[in-house]
Ligand binder design. Structure first.
Ligand SMILES: Nc1ncnc2c1ncn2[C@@H]1O[C@H](COP(=O)(O)OP(=O)(O)OP(=O)(O)O)[C@@H](O)[C@H]1O
Ligand SMILES: N[C@@H](CCC(=O)O)C(=O)O
Ligand SMILES: [Mg+2]
Ligand SMILES: [Mg+2]
Length: 443
């Protein structure tokens, strides 16, 4: 049973004086799209009759087959608190369907739903809590984003040093207005870098929440004359922004990753899940780290992972098991960044973990020392592999991992690969400032 019925939505629109409704969906590349309707069209929208031109959305369909339908998920009805309070603006997150009434295979939300169904058939609920980091920068005289900030604060610092402090407070209050349960918010390590953590939930809800979170953070920053960016590594020499993904599986309301009798308090299935994530980490990288820029974050020295390993005691590997046990027992994957499409990231993470469980994959020994301080020889001896080092490598690994390609389906795999190779080739031909600074005078 859903949270809202059609009648509930009509009633809320009437009572709350909602004038506009945004029908939202997310494209393959994690970009939020929407078409706005007035409340006079609500009945049509709720009957799945609203159409859009799919050929205008990158990675969707060709012009000859362009009609797509939006099927609103009633439970996602939410009013935007930052819009006028008369003639309010609300949104509904939608699934994308083809004209013959089938889910569109290029819709990332559908891909996630498919894997969730598979988990449900095994009796599992997939619970996920993300940690989204972002930067707040000034805009220039034309209102365009810069990488400038006047902030000096660092990790966990308290104001009033920081202009960002008030902005973050406003973000938290707005998110709470929209039903988010905010667990923590703090200044991150780099100047102008922040993090707001919200409570974990079932995977589909969390993926929707991540999209809403990014929209809200950007909107509130703009209101304060700042620009919020989720670009993974906006500045050389300081930390980049990650989106650690905390995951657990529940069966009949009980966290099945916990086992008091184990030395680390983890169940067999938790170990298999970790092994599945490790097996597919390279194949998933093009999704968890989708930009050319993503790979500039995954370098030693900035709290971001580089090596495929796991540990219950330290933060340097790809996978960390945070200390909390019982219902809080979870696996934290540390390489995803907030530019990723959350639907595709959660779909592939869940599928990889389930692959581990189904096939009883064995985890290698945990690496409890600082991997960055090991020599290449020591890492080789411990069979520690490296996360792909560029978008190009990541796309290659994706196409080699048939299991992950199957999760994504033919449509997304081919369109995604095509677009990401185009992005890489465009980047590859650029002459950067670094090259000019290094070479122009020498040669
Ligand atoms: N059982 C669980 N399953 C999935 N997620 C969970 C579970 N329990 C807690 N979480 C989520 O994990 C996230 C924890 O974030 P928190 O910032 O505390 O983690 P952290 O990794 O210790 O922090 P950091 O990496 O910034 O030092 C929250 O979103 C929380 O709701
Ligand atoms: N900003 C770091 C993470 C810092 C943290 O541990 O919270 C990253 O790029 O992943
Ligand atoms: Mg953090
Ligand atoms: Mg974390």
């Amino acid at each position: 049973m859903g949270k809202y019925t059609k009648q509930d939505i009509f009633r809320m629109v009437e009572e709350e004086d909602v004038e506009f409704i945004r029908l939202q969906f997310t494209d393959m590349f994690g970009v939020l799209k929407n078409v706005a309707i007035t409340s006079s069209q609500l009945g049509k929208a709720l009957d799945n009759k609203c159409m859009f031109d799919g050929s205008s959305v990158e990675g969707f369909v060709r012009i000859e087959e362009s009609d797509m339908y939006l099927y609103p998920d009633y439970d996602t009805f939410e009013i935007f608190p930052w819009r006028p309070q008369q003639g309010k603006v609300a949104r509904l997150i939608c699934d994308v369907y083809t004209p013959d009434g089938k889910p569109f295979e290029g819709d990332p939300r559908w891909i996630l739903k498919k894997v969730i169904k598979e988990a449900e058939d095994m009796g599992y609920v997939f619970e996920v809590g993300p940690e989204c980091e972002f930067f707040l920068f000034h805009t220039d005289d034309n209102g365009l984003p810069t990488t400038l900030s006047h902030e000096k604060a660092g990790y966990f610092d308290l104001g009033p040093t920081d202009l960002g402090e008030n902005v973050r407070r406003d973000m938290v209050l707005t998110l709470e207005d929209m039903g988010f349960e905010i667990e923590a918010s703090h200044h991150e390590v780099a100047p102008a870098q922040h993090e707001i953590d919200f409570k974990y939930d079932e995977a589909l809800k969390t993926a929707d929440n991540i999209m809403t979170f990014k929209l809200t953070v950007k909107t509130i920053a703009k209101r304060h004359g700042l620009y919020a960016t989720f670009m993974p590594k906006p500045k050389y020499g300081i930390n980049g922004s990650g989106m650690h993904v905390n995951m657990s599986l529940a069966k009949d309301g009980k966290n099945i990753f916990a086992d008091e009798n184990d030395t680390l308090g983890l169940s067999e299935d938790a170990y298999h899940f970790i092994a599945g994530l490790m097996k597919h980490a390279k194949g998933m990288a093009a999704l968890t780290n989708p930009l050319v820029n993503s790979y500039k974050r995954l370098v030693p020295g900035y709290e971001a992972p580089v090596y495929i390993a796991w540990s219950a005691t330290n933060r340097s590997p790809l996978i960390r098991i945070p200390a909390s046990r019982g219902q809080g027992t979870r696996v934290e994957l540390r390489n995803p960044d907030p530019s990723a499409n959350p639907y595709l990231v959660l779909a592939t993470c869940l599928a990889a973990g389930l692959d581990g469980i189904k096939n009883k994959l064995e985890v290698p020994a945990s690496v409890d020392c600082n991997i960055f301080e090991m020599t290449d020889e020591e890492r080789k001896h411990a069979a520690i592999e490296v996360i792909p080092e560029s978008l190009y490598d990541a796309v290659r690994y994706l196409n080699e991992d048939k299991f992950i390609c199957d999760v994504l389906g033919e449509h997304i795999t081919s369109k995604y690969t095509e677009a990401k190779l185009r992005e890489w080739n465009d980047y590859k031909t650029q002459v950067t400032q670094w090259e000019l600074d290094e070479y122009l005078y020498k040669f």
